[in-house]
Ligand binder design. Structure first.
Ligand code: ATP
Ligand code: MG
Ligand code: MG
Ligand code: MG
Length: 442
């Protein structure tokens, strides 16, 4: 059976020739204008592999492969947030100026706020964060009882900020995805407990992704409140400066300290070492700041209204994707946290017209067998059917996109006991395995 007839059995969405991942760098020389705009490794790799496409400053098209990764990341975030009692909602991005004037952040936010008017002249902003909105929502519920607290509400939506210098691809956009959670508690003590459980969930999340993350004391900025931590991925490209004690657990963003300090304020004996980080998450204990302004109350055991204690907790969803690529990748190719790779496996049939052309059918069979071997591989195994290209060229593309496993179907597959060449991205190891061996590995 000729391969072309046979390949009709594989869904077009699993054929590399049909996947929409237009590289917009491939033929761009080092001096070109486009290359000049590349501000970091993750942006270059993501454009090269056809994951993102630049639109206007700080805004990108998220192309199908990165949308797959983002959906995977969202699933992991959902698991962790719901694991600590978070309930998912979705709030309007169009936020009334009235709310922002009430909290006094309409002026405080300055130029970072995207402002607009409707046809009646009413003023709005595009939500950069949602403390005002969520607190108003909760304030509307007059029947909230202490028995229903802690209440944890979160969303994963686009946020808008008119950043003065949007750069570094998805690391600093003007329109980006954030997970923002808000907590309501009966007392300061209970709010601290909730705060701690969110920090633990963040730590678990980054551990699951295989990303080394440092939790540092942070400034509370214009969000307000008393207690705050940032979750930072150590990276030279990071825009935050961190001070970490060599002796004890103390770590802080320099913004929180009188600068140039070198002795540890906690253990007093250790020396502070400076490094750079990418802020991927931020937690704030807010106290009654917003609940007081908007009268977000619950009724206590005596049925009296009491102002709720709040916290808010952000995660940069698109920033995590880019930051992970930034810290894990080589200059030549993307390396993903295994959980987030757009596809887990890429199968390469031989070049058309080569001596081992017959193995093409086996490659297609393999895509089917693997794809149906369990839910973890369903829809995750693609066939690079661009058989007019050499294996070498397709291997290079596969390495640039960073499939965790690449399987080359060649001479070995035609032997009496068929063997497949497997390249494991994480370890750079090459193995020769039988079909059963492959199924065991994957
Ligand atoms: P930064 O210091 O990098 O400007 P921020 O402190 O202003 O970030 P927060 O208000 O704490 O950001 O928002 C929560 C999270 O949203 C951040 O920890 C970060 O991961 C993400 N985030 C903030 N701004 C951007 C942006 N411009 N592009 C992508 N992600 C962002
Ligand atoms: Mg900012
Ligand atoms: Mg910051
Ligand atoms: Mg922050």
């Amino acid at each position: 059976v000729p391969a072309s007839t046979n390949s009709k059995r594989i869904k077009p969405t699993l054929l590399v020739s049909r996947l929409y991942q237009p590289s917009n760098l491939r033929d761009v020389g080092p001096d070109s204008r486009l290359q000049g705009e590349m501000t970091c490794k993750s942006q270059r790799l993501m454009q090269q592999a056809g994951l993102i496409h630049p639109s206007n400053p700080g805004c990108y098209y998220y192309l199908p492969a990165i949308v797959r990764s983002m959906e995977k990341l969202v699933r992991v975030i959902d698991q962790e947030m719901q694991g600590i009692g978070g309930q998912k909602l979705d709030m309007p991005s169009l936020c009334s100026a009235h709310l922002w004037k009430t909290s006094e952040r309409w002026d405080l936010m300055g130029k970072e706020l995207f402002r607009l008017k409707d046809r009646h002249g009413a003023e709005y902003c595009l939500g950069p964060t949602h403390e005002e909105a969520v607190t108003t929502l909760v304030a509307h519920q007059t029947t909230l009882s202490y028995r229903q607290l802690p209440l944890l509400l979160y969303q994963i939506t686009r946020k808008f900020r008119d950043e003065p210098k949007p750069k570094f691809g998805l690391l600093r956009g003007r329109e980006f995805y954030m997970k923002d959670m808000y907590s309501f508690d009966v007392s300061e003590e209970a709010a601290y407990e909730t705060y701690e459980s969110v920090c633990q969930a963040y730590t678990r999340l980054f551990a699951r992704l295989g990303l080394r993350c440092v939790q540092v004391q942070a400034d509370t900025g214009n969000i307000g409140g008393k207690l705050s931590h940032e979750f930072q991925l150590p990276a030279d490209i990071g825009e935050d400066r961190l001070l970490v004690c060599g002796r004890c657990s103390f770590s802080a963003n320099v913004e929180t300290m009188s600068s140039d300090r070198t002795d540890c304020p906690q253990c007093k004996t250790g020396k502070l070492v400076e490094s750079k980080g990418i802020e991927v998450g931020h937690t704030f204990y807010l106290g009654k700041k917003y609940s007081h302004i908007f009268s977000a109350t619950f009724s206590n055991a005596q049925n009296k209204p009491v102002i709720a204690e709040m916290g808010c907790y952000g995660l940069g969803v698109t920033r995590i994707l880019a930051a992970a690529i930034e810290v894990l990748s080589t200059e030549e190719g993307i390396r993903w946290p295994g959980l987030l790779a757009p596809y887990q496996v890429c199968v390469l049939p031989p070049k058309k017209g080569s001596k081992v052309d017959d193995a093409a059918v086996l490659a297609e069979e393999l895509v089917h067998t693997l794809g149906e071997s369990g839910p973890h591989l369903r829809g995750e195994v693609v066939l690079d059917d661009r058989t007019q290209m050499t294996i070498g060229k397709r291997l290079k593309d596969a390495s640039s996109l960073g499939y965790p496993y690449v399987i080359v179907v060649g001479q070995g597959a035609l032997e009496e006991t068929p063997r497949f060449e497997v390249i494991c991205q994480e370890t750079s190891e090459t193995m020769f395995l039988s079909k059963d061996g492959l199924l065991d590995l994957l």
